[in-house]
Write a protein that binds this ligand. Sequence first.
Ligand code: NI
Length: 135
Amino acid sequence: MTDIVRFGVSLPKELLNEFDRHIKSSSYSSRSKAIEDLIREDLIDKTWTDRSKISAGIITLVYNNHKRELSNNLVCIQHDNQDLIISSQHVHLSHENCLEVIVVKGKSGKIKKLADKLKSEKGVKHVSLIATIAG
Ligand code: NI
């Protein structure tokens, strides 16, 4: 079980009032949980800044399946990066568009490079990388 530590924080009153309004509108049940999430977000950002740190994430991409060679290229890129890819799911969004959701884990620099490579393919309409913690 995780040890919980209590500590005091001094903040400008106005800032705290604004934060309380924000957490109320975000459905947080406590100030502690909201602060815990902010700290985690900051630590995740730091992990993703250091390109050698092991991270996990999700790459989503939407592409036009009528573009010649594109589907093959995207599969080849994924095969070349199989050490990073844990799983992937393909969804036929519409007659023209496909969505792929790729779960990745590895060095954050390599994950970013993979997302950039997928993004640079002609016919890829949107790529996003959602960064999270590896463990
Ligand atoms: Ni499809």
